[in-house]
Design a binder for this molecule. Structure first.
Ligand code: SAM
Length: 286
């Protein structure tokens, strides 16, 4: 009898997702987390940090399109972009498709994530050697506190608020993010789930509202994060994600996407009533 290997991601204490594994490609433990890359049956290669699914080849385009192209098509002329986290490389890959972006700095705390993805998931890590990418292995919290640069777009591509990512959801971090943004800067952050983590969304939006004039939440659908519906937050010193969205920039870019388009951009900010109600007073698209 041959034994079958399955990855089971446990979420909170009442839900789990099981995916069949064909082969374990990498398993390691860094100073920050366990890092695994496996080949799955239905989702291609998959990265897990601390047993939680970060990325799968099958659906990563949804997350990376929506975290990158929404802010980059609202800001009228993004040249200098900062990514905090994002060690699989998918967000940097999408940012660098914008020819107007002159420099993209990516600050990932865990060298092991970068190395494992570089070796085993070229689909996301394919732009690590792009000369416009400044890839730093460092703590994003410290980086935003100390940098003298000003960024047009900041993208917080983090894990859940545990371990080294916990401060990435706090007020001090966002004050430092605000300080390193240009006067018309935009920041987008991994914003968890209205189904299963409304409390984290409320707390993150509360923090964002203490720093930025207006905050928004937008949704996208994916296969592997619990509940399927997932969110990003959007905040800016100046821009409204819909009123300042210029569709012609999307068409003129000549870029083609598997998930993002102008209608999706607009629809993503239309929230179901349970989310509007739970986030009342915290979002301008409520
Ligand atoms: N798409 C993913 C998700 O939502 O599950 C996130 C992808 S990416 C792999 C998240 C990365 O954030 C991890 O590689 C983790 O090491 C990194 N990270 C966590 N805390 C960090 C910090 N303080 N500074 C920089 N990177 C951090």
């Amino acid at each position: 009898m041959h034994s079958e290997l399955w990855i089971e991601e446990k979420f909170q204490d009442f839900l789990s997702l099981k995916i069949k594994v064909e082969k374990v490609l990498f398993s390691g433990k860094s100073d920050f987390q366990t890092v695994d890359v496996v080949e799955t049956r239905g989702h291609g290669k998959m990265l897990l940090n601390d047993g939680l699914i970060m990325v799968t080849e099958r659906d990563e385009f949804a997350y990376h399109d929506m975290i990158a192209h929404v802010p980059l098509f609202v800001h009228p002329n993004p040249k200098n972009v900062l990514i905090i986290g994002g060690g699989d490389g998918g967000t940097a890959r999408e940012v660098l498709r914008h020819s107007g972006v002159e420099k993209c700095t990516m600050v990932e705390i865990d060298a092991m994530v970068v190395k494992a993805c570089r070796e085993h998931i070229p689909q996301t890590s394919c732009e690590f050697d792009n000369p416009r990418l400044n890839l730093l292995i460092a703590d994003g919290v410290k980086f935003v506190k100390e940098t003298n640069e000003k960024f047009d777009v900041v993208i917080i591509d983090s894990t859940d608020p545990i371990g080294p990512a916990a401060p990435l959801f706090g007020p001090e971090f966002y004050q430092d993010v605000f300080n390193c943004m240009a006067d018309d800067g935009v920041v987008v952050s991994q914003g968890e789930s209205s189904w299963y983590a409304m409390d984290i969304q409320q707390s993150l939006l509360h923090v964002l509202n203490s720093v930025f004039p207006q905050c928004f939440l937008y949704n996208f659908s994916n296969l592997t994060y619990p509940g399927g519906l997932w969110s990003f937050t959007f905040a800016s010193k100046k821009y409204h994600p819909l009123q300042d969205f210029n569709r012609s920039r999307v068409h003129n870019s000549g870029l083609e996407f598997d998930y993002y388009n102008c209608a999706v951009h607009k629809a993503a900010f239309s929230l179901p009533n349970f989310a509007r109600k739970g986030l009342e007073g915290l979002i301008a698209n409520g």
